[in-house]
Each structure stands twice: as C-alpha cells, then as structure tokens.
Design a protein around this ligand. Structure first.
Ligand code: PEP
Ligand code: MN
Length: 360
C-alpha cells in the first residue's frame, strides 16, 4: 500500500522540507535483527527523521552482497511500525519503485550510479506517474551538472511535487583523502539554479571513512544545506557494505551535537552593520578588480594589434606558462591556492585570446 492518505503526504512533505532534516540508517538492510536494532537505537537517540536502508545494492564489482531484495522491504516496514520513523530506499528500476510502494516506503531516492543514466531515470519517472511521495536525487557519479538537472526535470515532469537533492561527492582518480571528493562548487551551483529544492549532504559516501564525517557535515551546515543523510549501523565493523564509513546511532547523536548550528540570517543590529560594512568593501573591491581586468585586456588588445601586424600567432603556450607560474608563486605568497590561481588565470587567458581573435 502506498502513501495515499493526504495527511501522511503532507507530513512527509514537511519533513523533507524542514531545515536540519536527518536521514539515517544502514547502507544495506542485512537482516531483520540488524535493521530493527539500528532503527530502535536511532529512535531512542531521537534525532532521526527518516530511516534509510539500501535494499538493492549497486556494487561496483559483482560477487559482493547485492542487497536483501524484497524481504528487506518487509523488515523495513516492521521497523517503521515499531518506531514510527518514516522510511526511505534507493530505487534504480521501475520494479524497485513498484516494490517499494507496496511496502509503504515514504521517500525514494535515486542513487549516483542511476542519475548518470537518463534511460534509467526516465524508467523510474514513468513508474512514478500518479504517485505522490517525495523523491531525492543524488548527484551523478561524474561532474556533469546537466545530468543532475535533467534527472530533476524528468522526475518533475512525472508529477512529483517534492524533490530534494543529495550531494554525495564525485568519482575521481587517485584521490586519497575522500572516497568521492565533494567538489562543493557543483552543489553550490545546483543550489543557485534550484534555490527552492532542499540540498542534503551525504557525508558517508563523500568520506568513505568515519574520521572526516564531522568536518564534511559541518561544512554542509556552513553552506546552508538543509539536511544530512548519514549511514548508521548497530555494529558498523560487521557491516556487509561500506563498513569503514558507518557509525553507530550513539556516534551519530554525538556528531550531530558537535555540529555548530548556523542560520542564514540574523536580526542582531551589530552583526548586520558589520556585515553591511564588509559587503560594501567587497562591492568596492569587485569594481576595482573589474576595472583592472579591463585595463589588462586593453593591453592584451594592443599586443593583438602588433602580433597581427607582424603576422605572429595569437596563442603562445610558453608565454602563458610563464605568466601562470609567476601568478601561482605570487598567489602562494598571498595565501591563494594554486587551484584558484590556475582557474582564474585560465579565465583571463581565454578572454585575452577572444579579444585578440576578434581583431580578425
Ligand atoms: C547508498 O546510499 O548506499 C549508495 C549506494 O550511495 P551512492 O548512490 O551515493 O553511491
Ligand atoms: Mn553505502
């Protein structure tokens, strides 16, 4: 039976839209005992809004535990009945949607390996026609923001009104600090384009370990995210999937208590005055920066003119490398990262070339 009752629908919609939403539960539903023990402990700790559990597990390599399947949904329903917690599962096919609905699951989410594939997302969207429950969409494994946006559009077109976004990091080669580096600029851009959609951080899949969970969660609070989805297991070391990143319900409670809460606004007069003052400085500096960049472009144009006259190529890689190296060194002295200077200089260089190209 799906969530058809209007009151229940409104309840779950307001839970999804609440600031500070907490979704917790094991990476995978492994057994009835494991799921019930975890769910009851989460309920006792009192901070969880939605109990998550993976039922079908998209494993990178075959042969591992691939999820309990439909019998896991029966355990999840039992956990819901015993704790009163709402439930959420990952769906990757239309059959998953159908099965989840028949076990009264309250929220569905689309995993990172599915968001990346428009065929699969469309199949899920088709299965959701006429259904009223919220759908959360994880970022795709790759850094293609358009795929993430496209998945939102497909689900929206199916008539789903409550859609949330989950940031779980992006695949990279050879990064040792994070399992999936967060690349915050992508979810920040997504938030800019879709300001009314809740953004939820999944620190578990970003970190891949327990040590960095607090700092990533705190960063999401600092960036005004709306909630956290975090893997929680009654006995993490014995977990069948993702054991290095799961924490106990008590550890989750501690982590949440250690988070420094932030708000987007304050009415306190001294804060507002100081903020206004600093923002004015920023506006002023931005104006100066743009004027300086424009002056730099005028010189680039003069160089373009003399190159054209002397029939010299516009692009001169060795000169660009020299400029970049100097800028990185200077930036380093002034506390600016190599990554920032590189992308800033790239932008400047592209614009210079555009201006020199326009000379014909
Ligand atoms: C999960 O949430 O357990 C999961 C499989 O995550 P992701 O889709 O982010 O890899
Ligand atoms: Mn997992």
């Amino acid at each position: 039976m799906s969530t058809t009752n209007l009151k229940e629908q409104q309840d779950i919609q307001s839970i999804i839209n609440k600031k500070g939403l907490i979704i917790a539960g094991p990476c995978s539903a492994e057994s009835e005992e494991q799921l019930l023990e975890t769910a009851l402990a989460l309920k006792t700790e009192g901070k969880t809004d939605i109990l998550r559990a993976g039922i079908w597990k998209p494993r990178t390599n075959p042969g591992g535990f691939e999820g309990a399947g439909v019998k896991g949904l029966a355990w999840l329903l039992k956990a819901k009945q015993q704790t009163g917690l709402k439930t959420g599962v990952e769906v990757a096919t239309s059959k998953h949607v159908e099965d989840a609905l028949s076990f009264d699951v309250d929220v569905l989410w689309i995993g990172a390996r599915t968001t990346v594939n428009p065929f699969s997302v469309q199949q899920i969207a088709d299965a959701l026609k006429g259904v009223k429950l919220p759908v959360l969409i994880k970022n795709p494994v790759n850094t293609d923001i358009k795929l993430w946006m496209g998945a939102v559009e497909r689900i929206q077109k199916a008539g789903i009104e409550t859609i949330g976004l989950i940031h779980r990091g992006f695949t990279s080669f050879g990064n040792t600090e994070y399992r999936n580096p967060p690349m915050w600029q992508i979810p920040i851009e997504m938030k800019r384009q879709l300001p009314n959609y809740p953004m939820i951080c999944d620190p578990s899949h970003i970190c891949g370990n327990r040590e960095n969970l607090l700092s990533i969660s705190q960063k999401s609070v600092d960036l005004d995210y709306d909630g956290i989805m975090i893997e929680t297991h009654c006995n993490p070391d014995a977990a069948l999937t993702d054991k290095n990143q799961q924490i106990t319900p008590v550890q989750l409670s501690q982590l949440l208590s250690n988070l420094v809460k932030k708000t987007a606004y304050s009415n306190e007069e001294s804060f507002l005055m100081e903020l206004e003052n600093l923002r004015e400085q920023i506006n002023h500096l931005d104006e100066e920066l743009i004027t300086l960049i424009s002056n730099r472009m005028k010189v680039a144009k003069q160089i373009g003119d003399i190159k054209k006259k002397s029939k010299i190529t516009i692009l001169q890689s060795s000169r660009y490398n020299e400029i970049l190296e100097r800028a990185i060194k200077k930036g380093d002295h002034l506390g600016l990262s190599k990554e920032f200077i590189t992308s800033y200089m790239e932008g400047i260089h592209i614009e210079s070339i555009r201006i020199q190209n326009a000379l014909g």
